[in-house]
Write a protein that binds this ligand. Structure first.
Ligand SMILES: [Zn+2]
Length: 398
């Protein structure tokens, strides 16, 4: 097994005045670990958090951090079999880092957690380790035996699949990859389809330097979460990968999910710090790009993909119904050449003042699309429905 850096707490020797511990790994990279706690005993069964900062690793590289714990005799969780020890990437390094729940592997009374992260542009990251949750308190002592950081693509416990241009990476626990037949059988085909979808998402937005990392080894409370890393819920992967990918004209839920999470990437600037200027409703634009990419990839999509309930005509705002009316107004699903009206508007968004209200952003989207199409798209849409949309955004102060 090769690794970029290995750090064992017991081998740490030098401390500085701020409590930082410097540890030299076998290939002399230095990791700085704050808060040198080996053993922790949550008071009153509450949640205890250890806090680590890591620096000196390779920028933008994918790593696996491995924590090994033992739960001492007479110690237990409130829900005995539910081992709630979780490693989370800190929010400033991963906007979704706090929403993941680690899946520990058990070996006798030792538990191993693998957590995947990508170092930031400065070769840094940070973690917290939590024990117990509000509904699953911990009583007793847990001993942290070791923490090791591996190059994820070289690590024996991790399986990384990627395309030849390294645009898309799928990251699994190797045991899942080997043991779950559907995953092993279909992962490469799904990855290849993500490469196709990516091409259309980029084309639509006029952006071309996007790469994606999908991590499949964390539990999350949704099916997918999009950010610096796209998390797909570990407990669903067997079902998701079991969906048929052979028939590339019939869309399945997993393709929709993957495309949806990839599309969310374009809500943000490159640093995930701010949302793009046109955005008055992230889901509206995410699903818009998603439908473009899916239909361009050859999937048969009808307007009912956006639901078949009438909201706007009943004076209720619903982003899917609004998007359906918007797409119908230029009829992109029957006249795909009309996508360029919308795509041109989206690509020109950089000229817009970010501080205008959402109400103004809606008006601009409609008027600029009308300019591109050379007719007033509201005439197709219906004034009453449009007023419902405007009223909604008039009441949202942003
Ligand atoms: Zn979404």
């Amino acid at each position: 097994m090769s690794f970029t850096a290995v750090f064992l707490f017991s081998s740490c020797s030098s401390h500085d005045s701020a409590g930082l511990v410097s540890c030299n790994s076998q290939n002399t990279e230095e990791l700085k670990i704050e808060d040198n706690n080996f053993e922790f005993s949550p008071k009153n069964g509450g949640k205890t958090v250890l806090d680590y900062s890591v620096s000196g690793i390779e920028a933008d590289k994918l790593y696996d951090i491995e924590f090994e714990f033992t739960i001492l005799n007479d110690s237990h969780f409130q829900n005995d079999d539910d081992i709630a020890i979780t490693v989370n990437t800190k929010e400033n390094f991963d906007i979704n880092g706090k929403y993941t729940y680690s899946v520990p592997e058990k070996h006798d009374n030792t538990y191993i957690i693998h957590h995947i992260f990508a170092a930031d542009k400065n070769g840094e990251t940070g973690f917290t380790v939590s024990v117990g949750t509000e509904k699953n308190l911990f009583y007793g002592i847990i001993r942290l035996k070791s923490m090791k950081i591996y190059d994820a693509e070289e690590c024996d416990a991790i399986k990384v699949l990627c395309d030849k241009n390294q645009e898309i990476k799928f990251v699994f626990n190797k045991n899942d990859f080997n043991d779950l037949n559907a995953v092993k059988l279909n992962a490469q085909a799904y990855l290849n389809e993500c490469v196709n979808l990516k091409r259309y998402l980029c084309e639509f937005s006029g952006v071309d330097d996007v790469t994606y990392i999908f991590v499949f080894n964390e539990n999350i409370s949704h099916s997918g979460l999009s950010g610096q890393i796209i998390y797909i819920n570990h407990s669903e992967i067997e079902d998701l990968f079991s969906q048929n990918i052979e028939d590339t004209t019939t869309i399945n839920n997993f393709i929709s999910l993957l495309c949806h999470e990839m599309s969310h990437r374009f809500d943000f600037d490159t640093d995930f710090k701010s949302t793009f200027e046109y955005c008055f409703d992230k889901e509206f634009f995410t699903v818009l790009r998603q439908i473009y990419a899916l239909s361009s990839c050859g999937y048969k999509i009808s307007y009912d993909y956006l639901g078949d309930k009438e909201y706007l005509s009943n004076n209720i705002y619903n982003y899917q119904d609004f998007l359906k009316e918007y797409l119908l107004s230029v009829d992109v699903l029957n006249q795909p050449q009309n996508w360029k009206f919308i795509s041109n508007v989206i690509k020109n968004h950089s000229s817009i003042n970010k501080h205008i209200t959402d109400y103004k952003k809606v008006e601009m989207l409609i008027s600029e699309t009308s300019n591109e199409a050379r007719y007033n798209i509201i005439d197709k849409f219906g004034k009453k429905k449009y007023e419902c949309v405007l009223n909604h955004f008039a009441n949202c102060n942003s």
